[in-house]
Structure formats: structure tokens, C-alpha cells
Design a binder for this molecule. Structure first.
Ligand code: B12
Ligand code: SF4
Length: 356
């Protein structure tokens, strides 16, 4: 029999040895947030992400995913600030969400979680394990909050007092009984900077994100043509959006009260840095890419989720919203792109430039 406290400590230590930045244990009880989730769905805040409405009973009770599961080992991997990384220059990379600049975190974290599962399986024969990184019907932020990895902020992101919100989440469901970690207390207080700064008003009220107005949703999740209103909302973001995190006091070098002048503790994962084969691309280069070059450059990138057509659609819209003369030649070529969505968005961008 494993001692729940000693076992929890050992597993947390192994997670750090595997290369995660933080780890904690949550007991697998049904969600406290089921009513919020159902209200969010009923209001249509999930936009076109119909898959979130499926398997709701599991999302509300993740223990159903693995027979006999009792605990989750939750892990966090920091993607920013990376030691020594400056903001990239040019017109593309500042407008790609920071989590998406390096290797796909699903692969990076998934591999580490599988190794961790194998180690746990060897040490505790018969123990069931099941890894997830954004891949299962789990409210990952709620689970991670219970495991002490942070407190949910008003922008709905999980925040930690030492590292802000620049980290990604994963978890290993386990059939072991382990002592849960201490939760982190609320960090937002009366602050509403994220709500005030969101350029599209997607944070309609604290803890409620309306995906129909979220740049991250439109640039990453939406397939096909963008509605007119969404094209304007995008501004010049090409993949994801970081505004509601950039303004958060917990992500600033100097915190209220100046407690940690040096800012959030940095993560340092080489694989999450922007690699040279993508760093050299700008908006023009992205819109001009052919499929072969795209596959070569974006092979291991999380940006593949939007596919080449989605990235070029977004690049055309960003150019239209910037309205700069230098984009005209590449937009004129893209107007003849074989993909009807790319060509239509290039035509829209040229028209937007003319009307500006
Ligand atoms: C769908 C999804 C999206 C959607 C919807 C976002 C959303 N807020 O739900 C879109 C595409 C818009 C999106 C965007 C982003 N995402 Co996303 N996304 C997910 C995914 C797959 C599911 C989230 C989910 O279940 N949403 C359902 C809604 C209802 O959940 P919720 O917004 O958290 O709402 C809860 C709270 O509001 C709470 N609540 C309600 N009232 C109150 C009151 C109080 C006081 C409290 C404490 C809570 C509370 O109850 C609700 C139900 O649980 C998760 C992975 C996962 N499986 O969990 C990643 C995930 C949440 N995303 C992540 C990231 C990084 C992002 C982006 C930052 C990427 C980017 N830079 O563009 C943005 C951030 C936008 C934002 N402000 O949330 C990370 C977050 C890491 C972290 N530190 O928190 C996750 C966990 C992925 C991962 N494995 O790391 N995402
Ligand atoms: S990701 Fe951007 S658009 Fe979405 S809620 Fe945050 S600031 Fe608003």
C-alpha cells in the first residue's frame, strides 16, 4: 500500500524530473463548475466548438475516463518568458500567440507524460494511468486549480503567483489514492484589466469568455470564411491572441506592491522557442507559401491546427486591416489562390485597403 502523502510527494518530484515546471495532485471528484459550463453552452459562448457540448457528463466527472481512477497528477509547462528570448521582430511573430511559436506542446508534454506513466507503472504495478494534454473531455483549468497549480483569473486563464499565466496544462489520471495539493487563493481581487483591454469585448463579465468575439477562437478554431464582423475583430492577429494575458499584473515585470521586481519566473524550454525556419517568415512570406514549403516549415508547429488555408486567410485579413501599400502585390497574387477562402479574403483585404 502506498502512503498517500509520501506517494504524492514522490510523483510530484518525478514530474519535475521529467521536465515539467510545476506539478500537483487533485482528487478526482465531480466538477464544482458544471452549472457554469452548462450556462456557458446554453448561451452559445462556445461559438462553433460543438465538440465541447458532447460528453458533458464526463467533462463534469473526469473519473469516468479511467475505471477506478482516484487522483490526477496535474502538470504545467511554461512557454514564456523564455530565458534570453526577446520579442521577435517583423510583422508576423508578435501577432502569433506565444504558446504557438515553438514545437507543438501536445507532443512535448504528451511524450513526457507517457514516460512519467511508465515510471509510475513500474513502481506501482497494477496502477492504471491515462495521460491527457488538451486531448480529453476535461476542464483542465479547474482540475489544475484543485492541484494547486494556480487560481482561475477573470480572463479564465489559470494564474500562479510566481509565474503568471504563461504555462500550459496536462494531466495523468491515476488509480492511486494520493493526498491533494493545497489550492492557490484568488489572485484577481478587484482588478479588471483583462476585461478592459480585450479589443473585442469577448470577456463580457469576469470568468465568462464569449468565443463568438474571441480572436483566439476565430484565428485557430474557425474553419472556412470569416464573417465580416470577425475580420474586423482580428486586427492583425494571425494565430491566437495574448492581449488578456499581456495586461495581467501577474504577468508584468513589476507586480503591484513590487514584490517580485524581476517579474515572472522564466521557463527555459528550447523546444518551445521560435525556430529559424519559421522566424524568417513575415506576413508576405506566409501568404506566398506553397504547400510543400508550408509542410516543411510548420511540421512540428501547433499552428498546423489552422491548416495552410486558415493561416493564409488570417494573414490576408491582417494585411487588409493594416492597409499598407507593400502588401498589395502579394494580395493581388493571392486573389488567384486555388483555395476559394484564401482568394476571397485576399480580395476583401485589397478592398479594405482601397477604402481606408
Ligand atoms: C475550448 C478552449 C479554448 C476556446 C474557449 C476558451 C475558454 N475560455 O473556454 C478558445 C479557442 C477561445 C481558447 C482560447 C485560448 N486558450 Co484554450 N482551451 C480550450 C480548452 C480545449 C477547453 C476549455 C473549456 O473547457 N472551456 C469551457 C469554459 C466554460 O470554461 P472556462 O472558460 O474556463 O469557464 C469556467 C470558468 O469561467 C468557471 N467560472 C465561472 N464563474 C466563475 C467564478 C469564479 C470565481 C471562478 C474561480 C470560476 C468561475 O466555470 C467555467 C466552467 O468550468 C482548454 C483545454 C481543456 N481541455 O481544458 C484549452 C486551454 C484552456 N487553453 C489554453 C490557452 C493557452 C488558450 C489561449 C491563451 C491561447 C491563445 N494565446 O490564443 C487562449 C486564451 C483565451 C481565454 N481568455 O481563455 C490553456 C490554458 C492554460 C492556462 N494557463 O490557463 C488550456 C488549458 C490548454 C492547455 N492544455 O494548456 N481556448
Ligand atoms: S484572447 Fe484576445 S480576444 Fe480572446 S478574450 Fe483574450 S484579449 Fe479578448
Amino acid at each position: 500500500m502506498i502512503d498517500p502523502k509520501e506517494g504524492a510527494e514522490r510523483l510530484r518530484r518525478w514530474a519535475l524530473e521529467e521536465g515539467f515546471d510545476r506539478a500537483g495532485i487533485a482528487s478526482l471528484e465531480p466538477s464544482d463548475q458544471g452549472a457554469h459550463l452548462r450556462r456557458w453552452l446554453a448561451r452559445g459562448d462556445h461559438a462553433g466548438m460543438e465538440w465541447i457540448a458532447r460528453r458533458l457528463e464526463i467533462r463534469e466527472d473526469p473519473a469516468r475516463l479511467l475505471l477506478g481512477s482516484r487522483s490526477a497528477l496535474c502538470v504545467a509547462l511554461q512557454y514564456y518568458p523564455l530565458v534570453g528570448e526577446d520579442e521577435p521582430e517583423g510583422d508576423l511573430w508578435p501577432r502569433v500567440a506565444r504558446y504557438a511559436r515553438g514545437r507543438d506542446y501536445h507532443d512535448v508534454m504528451g511524450k513526457r507524460l507517457k514516460k512519467l506513466a511508465a515510471r509510475i507503472g513500474e513502481a506501482f504495478p497494477g496502477c492504471g494511468t491515462r495521460p491527457y494534454v488538451d486531448t480529453g473531455p476535461i476542464l483542465e483549468r479547474e482540475l489544475a486549480a484543485r492541484a494547486g497549480l494556480g487560481a482561475q483569473g477573470k480572463n479564465t486563464q489559470l494564474l500562479h503567483p510566481e509565474v503568471g499565466s504563461w504555462f500550459l496544462l496536462g494531466e495523468l489520471l491515476l488509480t492511486l489514492d494520493l493526498t491533494p495539493s493545497e489550492p492557490v487563493a484568488d489572485l484577481c481581487g478587484r482588478c479588471t484589466r483583462c476585461l478592459d483591454a480585450c479589443p473585442t469585448g469577448a470577456l463580457a463579465e469576469p470568468y465568462r469568455l464569449d468565443s463568438n468575439r474571441c480572436i483566439s477562437y476565430w484565428t485557430i478554431e474557425h474553419r472556412g470564411a470569416l464573417p465580416e464582423a470577425a475580420r474586423e475583430m482580428l486586427g492583425d492577429w494571425v494565430f491566437g491572441c495574448d492581449v488578456c494575458q499581456e495586461v495581467c499584473p501577474w504577468n508584468q515585470p513589476t507586480r503591484p506592491g513590487g514584490r517580485r521586481e524581476e517579474g515572472p519566473t522564466p521557463g527555459d524550454h528550447e523546444e518551445l522557442r521560435l525556430p529559424p525556419e519559421r522566424a524568417e517568415l513575415d506576413l508576405v512570406g506566409l501568404l506566398a507559401l506553397d504547400r510543400e514549403e508550408y509542410l516543411e516549415r510548420f511540421r512540428a508547429s501547433p499552428m498546423k491546427r489552422a491548416k495552410l488555408e486558415g493561416l493564409q486567410r488570417n494573414a490576408a485579413v491582417a494585411m487588409g486591416n493594416r492597409g499598407e501599400e507593400r502588401y498589395v502585390p502579394v494580395l493581388e497574387r493571392a486573389r488567384n489562390n486555388a483555395d476559394p477562402v484564401v482568394s476571397e479574403h485576399a480580395a476583401w483585404a485589397l478592398e479594405a485597403k482601397e477604402n481606408s
